[in-house]
Each structure stands twice: as C-alpha cells, then as structure tokens.
Design a binder for this molecule. Structure first.
Ligand code: NAP
Length: 291
C-alpha cells in the first residue's frame, strides 16, 4: 500500500490536547469555563452512547457539561422551553440537540432556535449562511474535521481540483464551501452526476460522503490523490467507508481509513467549537481556532 495513512484517531487526540490547553489558558485568563449543554429526548441507546461520549470528552478537556435527558414522551413545547432557557444561560456556551428526536418533537425545527453563537453543531440556517458568506462563525464538526486532517497533512489546496461526492447539508455542502474558501477548484457530485468515475479521476483531493459501502472504486482515484472517506457503513464484514480502501490506497498518496479516519475528528471539533463559542460570546478571538 503506497498511500500514507491519515490517522484521524491520532490527529483527533492532538486536537483534544490542544483544546484542553486552550481551555486552561482561557480559564487562567479569568473567564468561566466553556460549557456544553446536550439535550437528549428519549432512550435511543445509540443516541445515549453518543451523548455520553460527548459529555465525557468535555470533562477531559475542562469544558463544563450540562447533560439534559428528557423522557421519550416529552412534549415539543417543553423541549423548546429548555432550549430557550439554555440560549439565555451564560454558563452554556454551546447547545446540542441530539437527533433524531421522538415523533412528537420536531428536532430539525427546534435546532433552528439555537442561537447562532451557541450552535456548536454549525447546522442552523444562520450558521450555514455565515459559512456561505465566509464570515466568522461555528462550522459543522465533521466537515471542519476533514479540513483539519488535510491541514495537518499539509495537503496543498490552492488551485487543486477537489471533488466532493455527496451534497448533504450535514457533510457534502459545507465541505465544498470550506474547500472553496481554501482556494480549491471544487466540483460537487450527487446521485444525478453523469460519469461520476470520470469526475472523481480528476480529483487531487477526493472527498466521499455518500453512505454507500465502497462505492468509490480504486480506479476512480487519481494517482497521488488525497482521499478523505467520510462514509460510515455497517456491513456483514464490519464497518466500511464509501471508498474501496485497498485498491484506492494503491493509487492515492494519502487516505483515511474507516474506522479511525474522519470519525474521531467529529467530537474533537465539537470541543473546539464549544471553546470558540465561548470566545464568540465573550467577543474576543478564539485561542488557536480557525475562523
Ligand atoms: P446523506 O444525507 O444520505 O447524503 C448522501 C449524499 O450522497 C446525497 O447528496 C446523495 O445524492 C449522494 N449519493 C447517494 N447515492 C449516490 C450515488 N450513487 N452516486 C453519487 N452520489 C450519491 O448522507 P450524509 O449525512 O451526508 O452522510 C454521508 C456518509 O457520511 C454516511 O455514510 C454517514 O454515515 C457518514 N457520516 C459520517 C460522519 C463522521 O463523523 N465520520 C458524520 C456524518 C456522516 P442526492 O443528493 O442526489 O440524493
């Protein structure tokens, strides 16, 4: 395998250590610790595991955790009231409503009432607008994590051909915008794209965010490309990405594995965003954070 492995686990650990140091400096400068409020409605076991993981990660870096768990039959209005309370609570720098919510609670609509400067998931229309306008704000965690992987591997983006497969609001669109802001020439692909293989073969940087196991074949990868595989697919053979890893690694210069690539970056960037949120609310520049 000639490709260098982009070790997301190790890079995520570095980011977490840096956030811990920056939080320490922030508190030493006389600020209250940043706080992350998570809101989980219902008892979906996978969601409970995610929320616990986020809260544990906060504790490790000195971010105060506010862990709100509501019964599965909680009314929409009650969740809304809690989010409004958290919006106004100065101890809470960031708010995260864990999706999906039970049917009586319109999770996506409620996410939109989170104040932009507390939107640590970076997914509200206001945050999307700030990203589109290249104005300071909170960027979605997984796309920000992909950019961090590229940055730490010194992948040249200016003028590079970047191809993003997938156009979701969660991943594909924000990654494309971040790449554009880094001066890449960006092509976005989706289920209606003609000659997807041919478009992918042009990519110096290929981002796969589709959700189809190993759909990107090895010979879709340009020799020497950097491949970031966002996909997480559960198969009988275990967890696999959207890229056929082995053959792609024969041609790529750098590639992320699944698991252990993009996945671990998401929580790391959530921690970074929570500190950035605290600094935005205090009206000062974030220590160590990209705008
Ligand atoms: P999504 O909302 O389902 O979007 C999938 C995108 O892929 C859509 O834009 C769709 O096109 C496109 N697509 C589907 N089939 C295609 C095909 N045959 N050819 C070309 N494009 C195709 O998924 P998502 O939320 O963006 O997630 C994508 C993957 O990333 C999933 O595997 C998810 O589990 C993973 N993920 C990982 C993390 C992480 O932390 N690592 C975070 C989030 C998501 P249309 O728009 O035309 O339908």
């Amino acid at each position: 395998m000639p490709a260098t492995l982009i070790d997301g686990k190790a890079i995520a650990q570095q980011v977490r250590s840096e956030v811990a140091a920056d939080v320490e400096a922030w508190v030493a400068a006389g600020h209250p610790p940043p706080g992350l409020a998570t809101v989980l409605v219902g008892d979906d076991p996978a969601s409970a595991v995610y929320v616990s993981g986020k809260q544990r990660a906060c504790a490790e870096v000195g971010i105060e955790g506010f862990d709100h768990r509501l019964a599965h039959d909680t009314a929409h209005g009650e969740v809304e009231a809690l989010l409004r309370e958290l919006n106004d609570d100065p101890r809470v720098s960031g708010i995260l409503l864990q999706l999906p919510t039970p049917p009586q609670v319109d999770g996506p609509a409620l996410t939109e009432i989170i104040r932009p400067e507390k939107d640590v998931d970076g997914l509200t229309p206001a945050s999307a607008g700030l990203l589109a306008k290249n104005r300071p704000g909170l960027r979605p965690c997984t796309p920000a994590g992909c950019m961090e992987l590229l940055r730490r591997h010194d992948v040249a983006l200016r003028g590079a051909e970047a191809v993003v497969v997938g156009r979701s609001d969660l991943v594909g669109k924000p990654i494309a915008q971040l790449l554009l802001q880094a001066d890449a020439t960006v092509t976005m692909c989706h289920s209606r794209t003609r000659d997807l293989a041919g478009v992918c073969r042009r990519a110096d940087v290929l981002i796969a965010a589709v959700g189809r196991p190993q759909m990107i074949a090895g010979d879709w990868v340009k020799e020497g490309a950097t491949v970031i595989d966002v996909g997480i697919n559960r198969t009988d053979a275990g967890l696999v990405g959207d890229v056929a890893f082995e053959p792609a690694a024969e041609r790529a210069a750098r590639i992320t594995p699944v698991p252990g690539g993009v996945g671990p970056m998401t929580i790391a960037m959530l921690l970074r965003n929570t500190l950035t949120a605290a600094t935005l609310q205090a009206g000062v520049a974030a220590p160590g954070a990209a705008a």
